[in-house]
Design a binder for this molecule. Structure first.
Ligand code: AMP
Length: 445
């Protein structure tokens, strides 16, 4: 199968040739003909599957071949994405695909001045990539009209709900023409996503290119157990031992990102961080430098790193496990992309045992544990497996005090999940934010 046999026009084929795309990926093979035929789509596809081209190519073709010329402040196709970085990334892909077509494309997102965006929209754009909040701001300030809108794409729909965008989505939905084509892409399909799909899609074609909720099998994954306070030390040790060249590291909080970056920089290691508290320009610069290999270690919170496509990233480290198990799949999806192999290492402390268990249950695998000599935790991480069980072993009988140490290594205190000092929030792999409901908004993680 080739892109030509899927019905793509010559200007797009030329762009693909320039980009070196030879064969359509499975999601492209299914999505492209369906979108060209005008169908609504509900696609379960992780990042790394080629889904962006799966919706962008046929969308550009429809825009080029059909419909009226775009009028002032109007937009003919809208791609909604959860984060600013993803908006830039998707728009960059669109720009490359559309190189030989007479179409105007643009991206809008928050964290930067709205005025240049308003100016740019004045003459109308054929395809707009947007984050939901800024899109609504522009709409409310009459910088945007939707009367010419023919296609809506919801990219990473699950993440948009996770980030509390359900209210914005509901308001955007109300402002759109009822007659339109809608494509929904989501890495995972929770009940809330199905509800959203039920409201927004019309007789959609369902596409599922990878088994539901299963992590990419091109990624070698393992866990190193360690005490919480020794994580930075273990990270540096593993980095030096493994001679890591380029690593994307996930930490749970903004403070966690800053603390690790400071520690690494203090050791002369070339590290930078991105999280929601940093100005957009700083975030983008750090990311660009990381992509250009000018930064060796990029430490990020989940929101800042979602959906990013970084070529040939060999290694992802979970410095902290994610609170929402599905984020594990997204995180490790940053490596092992487009058929290459990758590694994902998680540093896990006793407090995180329930998070580990939720991840294993979701991905239906027991993650291999590999202890690092000299870093065995004092607070042992109880055994877990893919059934979601946290195995509570009986405490070891205490040795009589009189027996003496005899030079034996102290293998540490036995801790079961009941003894965990700071329990994490419930980690059932389900969505917490109801669709179209005004849940508390998790801004700028
Ligand atoms: P995505 O899942 O859309 O983020 O795409 C992941 C990566 O795969 C991007 O770097 C794309 O440029 C690349 N890609 C997408 N489709 C193809 C293809 N058919 N052949 C080669 N690379 C592709």
């Amino acid at each position: 199968m080739t892109f030509a046999t899927l019905g793509l026009i010559e200007p797009l084929l030329r762009s693909l040739e320039k980009l070196g795309y030879q064969t359509p990926t499975p999601v492209q093979a299914q999505a492209i003909p369906a979108v060209l035929a005008g169908r609504d789509l509900m696609a379960a596809a992780q990042t790394g599957t080629g889904k962006t081209a799966g919706f962008a190519l046929p969308l550009l073709q429809l825009l080029a071949m059909e419909g009226p010329k775009v009028t002032a402040n109007s937009v003919r196709a809208l791609i909604l994405v959860p984060t600013r970085e993803l908006a830039e990334q998707v728009h960059e892909a669109v720009r490359q695909y559309a190189e030989n077509l007479p179409l105007r494309t643009y991206a809008v997102y928050g964290g930067v001045s709205i005025n240049p965006q308003m100016m740019k929209l004045r003459s109308g754009v054929d395809l707009l990539v947007a984050t939901p909040g800024r899109l609504l701001d522009l709409f409310r300030q009459n910088a945007l009209k939707f009367n010419q809108l023919q296609t809506l794409v919801l990219d990473e729909a699950d993440r948009m709900l996770d980030l509390g965008f359900s209210e914005e989505l509901a308001n955007i939905y109300k402002a759109l023409p009822k007659k339109r084509q809608t494509l929904l892409f989501s890495a995972t399909f929770s009940d809330d996503i199905r509800l959203l799909a039920g409201q927004m899609l019309n007789d959609p074609l369902s596409i599922e290119v990878s088994p539901r909720n299963v992590a990419a099998n091109t990624v070698k994954q393992w866990v190193v157990t360690v005490d919480k306070k020794r994580k930075p030390e273990l990270f540096v040790h593993l980095m030096r031992k493994g001679k890591w060249k380029q690593v994307l590291v996930f930490a749970k909080t903004r403070n966690g990102v800053d603390a690790l970056v400071e520690k690494l920089q203090g050791l002369g290691i070339n590290a930078d961080g991105i999280h929601g508290d940093k100005p957009q320009a700083t975030r983008q610069r750090a990311l660009d430098r990381f992509k250009a290999s000018d930064v060796q270690i990029l430490v990020a919170t989940d929101v800042a790193a979602r959906g990013l496509d970084i070529e040939d990233l060999p290694l992802v480290v979970n410095f902290d496990l994610p609170i929402v198990a599905e984020d594990y799949i997204h995180r490790i999806g940053r490596t092992g992309r487009a058929g290459s192999t990758g590694e994902a290492i998680s540093l896990v402390c006793a407090d995180e045992v329930n998070l580990l268990s939720a991840i294993e249950m979701l991905t239906r695998q027991t993650l291999k544990r590999q202890n690092e000599p000299d870093f065995e935790p004092e607070h042992r991480v109880p055994d877990t497996d893919a059934s979601g069980q946290v195995v509570k072993k009986p405490k070891k009988p205490k040795k009589p005090k009189a027996s003496g140490g005899g030079g034996k290594r102290n293998l540490g205190k036995w801790v079961d999940s009941g003894e965990v000092s700071a329990p994490e929030p419930s980690v059932k792999p389900v969505r917490k934010v109801p669709v179209f409901n005004t849940g508390p908004r998790k801004r700028k993680p």
